[in-house]
Write a protein that binds this ligand. Sequence first.
Ligand code: ZN
Length: 175
Amino acid sequence: MTLPIIQLGNPILRQKASLVENIKSDEIQKLIDDLITTVVSANGVGIAAPQVAQQYRLFIMASRPNPRYPNAPEMEPTPMLNPTIIAHSNELVKGWEGCLSVPGIRGFVPRYQYIEVEYLDRNGKHQKKQFSDFLARIFQHEYDHFDGIVYLDRLENTLDIITELEYQNRIVNNT
Ligand code: ZN
C-alpha cells in the first residue's frame, strides 16, 4: 500500500522518532512493506518512517536510477531499523539532494564522504555496513529525519537551493 507523504510545514516532520521495539510485529512489518512501495512509486532513493507520520527510527534505502535520480547506483530496497553511525570520514563532500517531503527544489548539501553504520534488519538481525558517496549521503539524509532535521537545515548558503526544473536542466543533463 502506498502511504501519503507529509510535507515541510507539517510539525510531525520536526519531531523526534523513537526506537523500534517490536520489529517482528505485524504493524512494523507492514510499515516496512508500505514504505518500500511508497518510496519506489514516488521515485525516491530513500524514505524515513517520520515522512509518513510514523515516529519510528526506521528508514528504507532504495537507491536506483529513476527519473528523479538518473545517476543513482543500484541497490535492493533495504530496511534499516534503529540505525547508528559508528564512524565517519573527516571529509565532507557537497552533493545534490532532494526530499519527497520538500517537493520542487534541490539543495547542494555537505555530508560525510564515508560512514560506517550499524542497524537491525527486518528480521531483527544485527548488520554492520560501510557506505561512501551517494549511498552515504542517502543514509545521512534519512537519519536526519529521526531528529526532525531536513536537508535545508544542512545547507551552507541559500544560494545552494535550486528548483527541480533547473536541477533537471542543468545538473542531470550536463553530467
Ligand atoms: Zn527526506
